[in-house]
Design a protein around this ligand. Structure first.
Ligand code: S3P
Length: 433
């Protein structure tokens, strides 16, 4: 059931200080939930994502025959369906989660029976042809509703394919690797931009062998999966809001413990460094192939400079672009974003909503088909923000509000719980007023 609409008032801040340990990464939690759901044995996960999206993945594998239990210490146990999902009587509810819908489709394409996947209004507007086409080439029958969800998948014995993703998408890549795991032959997915590799690392963690080159990944079919025990690294895309907030206040000091630092996800740290922030990384560790460490951020005394984000960088920073654009007015030279047309088909049209909300706060901003120009050196005032029900818009503008004059009202603030239910409480904890 969707959460009741709530509003949050954000007052300007004086500084950002503190030390945080964040709930588990959303992308990794989804993959562990889905693979744990199919594997043989009981997977035990600590620091699993607390977001509603990952709860959707757990509920779906539960409806497909896995046994999911939550312990009082916050850990999750999944006893997998040992390679065979059973069709569920009612549609699988993916909620707001594109990751659940697309990646689970890959797993279901090889299973026997018919499976229907449905989602909320936002998810039902998002493009699904990108998974239908390659999964159909492998032999599954995938019926969309006008290019969108609800999706009905008639599973079938699959044949491996060699497929180059036309749009960089880790969800599509992962869906095809999940299907390839169950196909006859070796499936290869090529990509022009290297997207996040959590799918590859999770498959390895659950015991599958995969081959990787710089621009492709291959998986042989017929490999069984075995349960794992693991701790999910803290979510760097959630940390992004606080990292950007801290980068705005000279004198700030913010530390994250056990943060996920997978190189395919940590580009924001390079961007913040390029903008002049001081980023320290220490105590690196490997957890099931995922890099985890401590991150410290301090703002530069002279303020942030500015930058252009385009090409491969835009794909790698896709979830961080809203908050980078939202702090753009407070940089000296502005933030320019290009090659980010995918932002238009996320949980909302993030280009349009970022532009509209920046304007509501009094900013000058230019909108392009594939990006935005946000000039620097601007002063913003508090305003009413329309999150459009999109978690990353609600959180990005809560950060912009910290440096505005006057108070800002975030409408649709409940949407933060899609990925980060603790966001507003933790923001309060690190904000000095
Ligand atoms: C994700 C991939 C990205 C990202 C999303 C999570 C993933 O989507 O925006 O939040 O976990 O693979 P695309 O695959 O559509 O680029």
């Amino acid at each position: 059931m969707p959460a009741a609409a709530t509003e949050r008032l954000i007052q300007p801040a004086r500084n950002i200080q503190g030390s945080l340990r964040l709930p588990g990464d959303k992308s990794i939690s989804h993959r562990y939930a889905l693979l744990g759901g199919l594997a043989e044995g009981t997977t035990r996960l600590t620091n699993f994502s607390t977001g509603a999206d990952c709860a959707s993945s757990l509920a779906c594998v539960g409806a497909l025959g896995a046994l999911v239990t939550h312990s009082s210490d916050g850990s999750v146990e999944i006893t997998g369906a040992a390679g065979h999902f059973r069709p569920s009587a009612s549609p699988l509810d993916c909620g707001n989660s594109g990751s659940t819908m697309r990646m689970l489709s890959g797993l279901l394409a090889a299973q026997s029976g018919a499976f229907t996947l449905a989602g909320d209004a936002s998810l039902s507007r998002r493009p699904m042809e990108r998974i239908r086409k390659p999964l159909a080439q492998m032999g599954a029958r995938v019926e969309l509703t006008d290019g969108h969800a609800p999706i009905t998948i008639h599973g079938a014995p699959l044949t491996a394919i060699d497929y180059a993703t036309p749009i960089p998408s880790a969800q599509v890549k992962t869906a095809l690797l999940f299907a390839g795991l169950q196909a006859s032959g070796t499936t290869t997915v090529g990509e022009s931009v290297r997207t996040r590799d959590h799918g590859e690392l999770a498959l390895r963690a659950f015991g599958a062998t995969i081959q990787r080159s710089l621009d492709s990944v291959s998986i042989a079919g017929g490999q069984p999966l075995h349960a794992i025990e693991g701790a999910v690294p803290g979510d760097i895309s959630s940390a992004a809001f606080f990292l950007c907030a801290a980068a705005l206040f000279p004198g700030s000091n913010l530390i994250f413990d056990a943060l996920g630092l997978n190189p395919t996800r940590a580009t924001l740290l390079d961007v913040l460094t390029a903008l002049g922030a001081h980023i320290g990384v220490l105590n690196l560790e490997d957890k099931h192939g995922e890099l985890v460490g401590v991150v410290q951020v301090n703002a530069p005394p002279q303020g942030l400079t500015g930058t252009t984000i385009s090409g491969a960088l835009s794909a790698q920073l896709i979830d961080e672009l809203p908050v980078l654009a939202a702090i753009g007015p407070y940089t000296r030279n502005g933030i320019r974003i290009r090659d980010a047309k995918e932002l238009r088909v996320k949980e909302s049209d993030r280009i349009a909503l970022v532009a509209a909300n920046l304007r509501a706060m009094g900013a000058e901003v230019e909108e392009f088909d594939d990006g935005l120009d946000v000039p620097g050196g601007q002063t913003l005032h508090g305003a009413e923000i329309d999150s459009g029900g999109d978690h990353r818009i609600a959180m990005a503008f809560s950060v912009a509000a910290l440096r505005a004059t006057g108070d800002t009202l975030i409408r649709g603030a409940e949407s933060a719980a899609i990925s980060f239910p603790e966001f507003f409480d933790l923001l309060d904890r690190i904000t000095e007023r």
